[in-house]
Design a protein. Structure first.
Length: 327
């Protein structure tokens, strides 16, 4: 049975083939549909429709916080990706998915039913944190504490690993989307400018990711109703990043408070690892390092880390030592 690997993210879905050497196929996790439920577009085409649809048509994201927000829309997106490889011997494939620690039986069942309805013969699950550690080439199976901070779009996961398993984990209901919302609120309250989610994200990446001193936002003037542009300074956005850093640092302290001192001592030697989309935000990394007073290492290619880790999990050398579930 041919096997495919999937990374279901809030913003993007990535897929790779077992043993594949090419980068994972990535598609924006967006589906456009009519109010009747008929799907009009998926992926990149649907992403361009966000905030630009007429009455009777809506573009939305089917995944949120590691779970399925809309079964029907998620299935449409997955079918589209499977169709791309259907002519290459991947009919009724086995699908491998990474799931975060603490994922409920409802989350597992939701993803399993979705994949099987889309055409999968069988679904297997692997620990998300274990996949991240494998993808980062960390000593996952050693008797050593390894702390991962995974900053995604809709949530942040903090996970302490040792001997191939999660020792303690915590999920923070705050991540990159929180910064987007803060930017949109700032534009509205300080400049009377209404901006869309795509504009907020672009400003975030320019000021927090690329480190630009300022960025221009185009939107609708709330007073005149006409198009208007505002230049936003980096210093105006940093408070929202500081708030996120405070929330994550608090979660790390709470998690470490209840684990053995030996595992905590390991972190002083080799630090913590920042992965997910948040690893692109240099300002967030600097703030976290200052708050935790620990060496902080960045995932240089977080878009491919989960798929790379799942590829390794397919190898019996690693897979036999991981906790795997079958739908």
């Amino acid at each position: 049975m041919r096997r495919l690997i999937f990374d279901f993210g809030t913003e993007n879905v990535r897929m790779s083939v077992e043993g594949g050497r090419r980068p994972p196929l990535s598609e924006p996790a967006v589906v456009a549909h009519r109010m009747t439920g008929d799907v009009v577009a998926v992926g990149e085409q649907a992403l361009r429709m966000l905030g630009r649809t007429p009455d009777g048509l809506e573009a939305e994201r089917p995944f949120t916080r590691g779970g399925v927000r809309s079964q029907k829309l998620a299935e449409a997106l997955l079918k589209n990706l499977l169709a791309r490889v259907g002519g290459h011997g991947f009919r009724r494939p086995e699908i491998w998915i990474a799931l975060g620690a603490g994922a409920s039986a409802i989350d597992r069942r939701g993803l399993g039913v979705l994949a099987q309805h889309a055409g999968a013969a069988r679904v297997r699950y692997c620990s998300l944190s274990a996949c991240k550690a494998l993808g980062l080439e960390l000593p996952l199976f050693q008797p050593m504490g390894t702390l991962l901070i995974d900053v995604g779009a809709s949530c942040t996961r903090v996970d302490l690993l040792s001997l191939g398993h999660s020792v303690a984990h915590h999920k923070v209901e705050a991540a990159g989307d929180q910064i987007d919302e803060a930017i949109a609120r700032l534009m509205r309250e300080r400049y009377n400018l209404m901006v869309g989610s795509a504009t907020s994200q672009a400003i975030k990446h320019a000021l927090i990711g690329d480190g630009a001193d300022h960025a221009t936002a185009n939107g609708r003037d709330l007073v005149t109703g006409l198009p208007h542009s505002v230049t936003l300074e980096r210093s105006e956005v940093l408070p929202s990043v500081e708030l996120l850093a405070d929330q994550i640092a608090h979660a790390v302290r709470e998690l470490l408070r209840d684990v053995s001192p030996e595992l905590v001592a390991d972190l002083a030697d080799h630090g913590v690892f920042l992965t997910g989309g948040g690893s692109h935000f240099g300002a967030l990394a600097d703030m976290l390092q200052g708050r935790l007073d620990l060496p902080l290492h960045l995932d240089v290619n977080p878009e491919e880390t989960i798929c790379k880790g799942l590829q390794l999990a397919l190898d019996p050398k690693y897979g036999s030592r991981l906790q795997l579930r079958t739908a």
